[in-house]
Ligand binder design. Structure first.
Ligand SMILES: Cc1ncc(COP(=O)(O)O)c(C=O)c1O
Length: 394
């Protein structure tokens, strides 16, 4: 008989009752160190006092307001995002996949209004992940995500990650209207697009007029040590998808855009019942108030340096389990030599949460405010997990 919850997830047999900072308490009382943070969602850990206060204060006033009316909490968060980024305007969603839907619509509408409606094609890359909606799976294009769900939304051109020649050639197609890329692939295995390549892509977009759409759903909001990952490359996109960390655990996403890129999106062209609701935006503003601060980001970079150094030591100590450390800031990956899921499972036994990704990588996406002592403890637990994997394999 089918489970009462549709069985689309492979769940670990763990359930948690409460959390504080980087720690989660299981229903059997065990305390787990959380290096997954809800897959880069709980940017400030669990039950951060400022976020709890923002949510409960707003909950006592108004939960929901239709976008038929003005929503001051939404306006405040949009103003903060515009002030701190390349963007001139923001649309709020409830998730990353909804942000993908709008990014695709916005790019196509831009070219339609410019009198070049044939520029519908959007270039994407292997290993990418943009959500599970019809546009999201068509954009990623992998068999794993698309098989059985056709006919797929047309217009996506899938290129090999890192194939510069193919990219340069594909950009010459007069029907290409946009390129969609994650500055750091998350699900794809913590694969960083080198700064030089992002710059080169920006140049190609400038030459052809194609819009640059960045998917910063996983790598944004302080995760790489900058407010947004593309800042390391010194470039700006035309459109950017944001979600996960921006809500600190409350469902919230956004599409940020320049005035030009957004010019086709006039009243009536897009909408969302819940997008930009007062609860989500109150929390989002509290997140931005903390993560958007330079001193906070400097701390993320310091912690990232510390963590990475310790992880290099771990890899050196277990060369038969781990191949390398990769990533940017606190978006880190350990490429494994043994099946990554074995390491994740051994982590559970050591009361440590990590997240598997493609390319046989385990993801380490801790709260951005993880304590130094917890970084040391995380590496101890990873060491324990690696030792257990070796013993099991022997
Ligand atoms: C890069 C990226 N884009 C889009 C999404 C989809 O976001 P959501 O699950 O909130 O719909 C994700 C989720 O993992 C993601 O990592």
């Amino acid at each position: 008989m089918i489970p009462t919850v549709l069985p689309t997830y492979n769940r670990a047999p763990l359930s948690f009752e409460r959390g504080a900072g980087s720690w989660l308490e299981a229903s059997d009382g065990r305390r787990f160190l959380d290096l997954g943070a809800g897959i880069a969602v709980n940017a400030l850990g669990h039950a951060h006092p400022a976020l709890v206060a923002a949510l409960t204060e707003q909950a006592g006033k108004i939960w929901h307001l239709s976008n038929l009316y003005e929503i001051p909490q939404q306006q405040a968060l949009a103003d903060a995002l515009v002030e701190q980024t390349f963007a001139d305007t923001v649309f709020f969603t409830n998730s990353g996949t909804e942000a993908c839907e709008l990014a695709v619509k916005m790019a196509r509408k831009y070219w339609y209004e410019k009198g070049q409606p044939e520029r519908v094609k959007i270039i994407t890359f292997s290993g990418s992940f943009h959500g599970r909606s019809a546009a999201g799976i068509a954009a990623a294009g992998s068999e794993k995500m698309t098989k059985g769900f056709g006919p797929l939304l047309p217009g996506f051109v899938h290129l090999e990650f890192g194939d510069h020649d193919a990219l340069t050639a594909a950009m010459q197609d007069p029907e290409v209207g946009a390129v969609l890329v994650e500055p750091v692939q998350g699900e794809g295995g913590i694969r960083v697009v080198p700064d030089q390549c992002l710059k080169g892509l920006r140049d190609l977009c400038d030459q052809t007029g194609a819009l640059m759409i960045l998917d910063e759903v996983q790598c944004g909001v302080g995760r790489t040590g900058k407010l947004f990952g593309h800042e390391w490359a010194g470039i700006t996109p035309d459109i950017m998808m944001v979600a996960k960390g921006i809500g600190g655990g409350f469902p919230l996403g956004a599409v940020l855009a320049t005035e030009t890129a957004a010019s086709g999106m006039i009243a009536g062209t897009h909408g969302s019942t819940y997008g930009g609701n007062p609860l989500a935006c109150a929390v989002g503003s509290a997140v931005m108030g903390i993560v958007g601060d330079d001193a906070f980001l400097a701390e993320v970079n310091r912690k990232a340096g510390l963590f990475r150094q310790r992880l290099e030591g771990l890899v050196a100590a277990h060369p038969d389990v781990f191949e390398e450390v990769r990533g940017s800031g606190l978006m880190l990956g350990l490429k494994c030599r043994v099946p990554n899921i074995d390491v994740v499972n051994a982590g559970y036994d050591a009361e440590l949460l990590t997240v598997p990704a493609a390319d046989n990588v385990i993801r380490l996406l801790p709260a951005l405010n993880i304590e130094d002592a917890d970084i040391a403890e995380a590496v101890n637990r990873l060491d324990k997990a690696a030792t257990a994997v070796k013993v099991d394999a022997a």
